[in-house]
Design a protein. Structure first.
Lengths: 192, 192
């Protein structure tokens, strides 16, 4: 746990060494998240491949501290739906998050508990702000390049995966005619 | 005031256009901050030159939001002391700040109310973390290049310039034999 001032070199897509906590999400951790269940099962049977990685700095998880790190979403698709993060609300709903896109291109899928929805594109050199109350998921829409993002959120925010794991997001990002396209999630309306 | 998700292109030392709030600090706003008062007066008499600029995004200044923006400290010295920001504690002392150094080289001078002191170097591509309770000032130690940093801090943090304006920091960064050098602030001990 880091409690004194520190500096760290941000990794631009290379594997960082100095980071405190390393999280790996493979295909098997995304059960039920992809629209095309047949494509998902078929891919998983072939290989439980790496979808994304998160490198976190460990500072105290309390209000006033700022948790930060780097996420790397690899390129790929399940059916025609791009590789993406699980997505979550914050446990403390009234907390936001800042993303700085270091490499690649992608989209951030966001929605509020009240049903407001936004999907914003992002590319290297851009900042994206997720205000308090907005669930968020990063999607890598690039065919060949990693989506590498530096993220910062309040130390007390926490993660709430529950409702997203059950219902998904209202919007999906899929490839149509070779282009990233935002569509309504056909499975969302039927979720209980 | 921005309350919905948004993206912005981060400016790499170019003058940004999209930002909501623009703060300029010239030499005259740094009265009493530089060790060499004669050099300060002489420089100021010649030209009230630009020391640094801050571009802020306006999100609500409440807990859970994340204020962010870009600061640009220009190269230069007052006597042998480098151009620097005013420096401050946060009003809500128990709030930290994340810096991402986008361009240039510099040092962050930090201290706590209890008298702990740290000065850390930083260069392009590095993250620097200022934990809660640490006052902080950015110093541009590069002879020719701007020090450009992306900063993020809690929406409710606020700025407290008072004690720093009165007493300065315990440490100064000055040029000695052509090198950035950390020295004790001779004027700090005598401050009331």
């Amino acid at each position: 746990m880091r409690t004194l001032p520190f500096t760290l070199k941000l990794p631009f897509g290379d594997r960082p060494l100095e980071w405190d906590n390393y999280i790996v999400r493979t295909l098997s951790s995304m059960q039920g998240q992809y629209f095309d269940q047949a494509a998902y099962s078929s891919l998983l049977a072939a290989d439980d491949q790496l979808l994304y990685e998160v490198y976190e700095i460990l500072v105290p998880k309390v209000e006033g501290e700022l948790l930060h790190g780097v996420s790397i979403v690899h390129p790929g698709k399940v059916g025609n739906e791009y590789f993406m993060t699980k997505g979550h609300f914050h446990d403390v709903l009234e907390t936001g998050e800042v993303y700085y896109c270091m490499r690649g291109t992608g989209m951030m899928v966001m929605e509020t508990p009240e049903g407001d929805s936004q999907v914003l594109g992002m590319s290297a050199g851009e900042v994206l702000y997720v205000p308090p109350r907005w669930a968020h998921r990063s999607v890598n829409t690039n065919a060949t390049e990693d989506l590498v993002m530096f993220f910062i959120y309040p130390g007390n925010a926490g993660h709430n995966y529950g409702t997203i794991e059950q219902k998904g997001f209202r919007k999906l990002v899929v490839e149509q005619d070779g282009q990233p396209t935002i569509i309504d999630n056909p499975r969302w309306q039927n979720a209980s």
